[in-house]
Design a protein around this ligand. Structure first.
Ligand code: CA
Length: 290
């Protein structure tokens, strides 16, 4: 399967796509370009909103507006102006860390993780923001906190620490929002690059974006079998999510960061937003319910 360009957005580090089903819009971020992007598939138009800080992830909020993981903490953001109201910065004491990927669980709690921006220390954590805006550190000792997904029955959480080069599974207690029983779901072979962001389809299979892997892989997390590959004409594929009216369209973000002029010439669409119909439907994106 091959993905095609949806928007030649020229992002530096495109990331974190999130489908807003109520407005039929795709939100995504450019972490190093300090931008919130809003893609309207009906018009084929991508619009960028400047932010004062580096964003890590974006989700909608059920009562309106957006919730974002920003460099300096979690914040409610107005998508028209980019203005923000910080909720909490759980790592005010770790200036070398920044927030990275984040997503809501099926009950609408927001999970987001951090990383050492220099990619040296394993000083990252994964946090859970509850509906009353209280928060809790759920995992410590993380290298690069990245993709998150919940199984269709809500009983398993999947998680990527990119530097571990694998996808882990946890037993997930939906009512409590607690995780236990961490184990390896599958490892990503070195020849496929590093696992970055991910999403899950209605069959419970994981679609994992492969940094330095020129695309995505679709894995069965219960057997560890690689089922399919999607080719993207950019080496640094960063994340993916399902969108469209029937949730049968995959959107894929990419990065141009680190490419010299020769690299950019060979990957002219780096930093673009890609899409493909992949023959299976995703699960609806959950907005923050608090
Ligand atoms: Ca990422």
């Amino acid at each position: 399967m091959n993905a095609e360009l949806a928007a030649d957005a020229g992002a530096i580090l495109g990331e974190g796509p999130w489908w807003d089903a109520s407005a039929s819009l795709l939100y995504w971020v450019d972490i190093r370009g300090l931008r919130l992007h809003i893609f309207d598939p009906s018009l084929g138009e991508d619009r960028a909103v400047a932010l004062a800080m580096r964003p890590g992830a974006v989700v909608g909020r059920a009562r309106g507006g957006l919730l974002m993981a920003m460099e300096d903490g979690l914040a409610f953001v107005d998508p028209s102006s980019g203005s923000r109201k910080t909720i909490v910065d759980p790592e005010a004491d770790l200036p070398g860390n920044r927030f990275n990927d984040g997503k809501c669980d099926p009950l609408g709690r927001f999970w987001a993780g951090t990383m050492d921006d220099a990619e040296q220390a394993f000083s990252g954590s994964l946090y859970r923001l509850d509906l009353d805006l209280s928060w809790k550190r759920m995992i410590e000792g993380v290298g690069i906190s990245n993709g998150l997904a919940w199984s269709p029955d809500g009983r398993t959480m999947y998680y990527i620490d990119t530097r571990a080069r694998r996808v882990d599974a946890f037993d997930f207690d939906l009512a409590e929002g607690s995780i236990s029983g961490r184990r390896i779901a599958f490892e990503v072979p070195a020849s496929m690059g590093f696992p970055d962001g991910m999403t899950i389809d209605e069959e419970g299979m994981l679609w994992v974006a492969l940094w330095e892997g020129w695309g995505l892989g679709r894995w069965d997390p219960r057997t560890g079998c690689l089922l399919e590959r999607v080719r993207v004409p950019v080496a640094r594929t960063t994340s993916c999510c399902f969108g469209g009216e029937r949730l049968d369209r995959l959107y894929v973000t990419t990065a141009s960061v680190g490419l010299d002029s020769e690299g950019l010439a060979s990957q002219p669409q780096a930093g673009g937003l890609f899409t493909l119909e992949c023959g299976v439907r995703g699960l609806p994106s959950t907005p923050f319910a608090g």
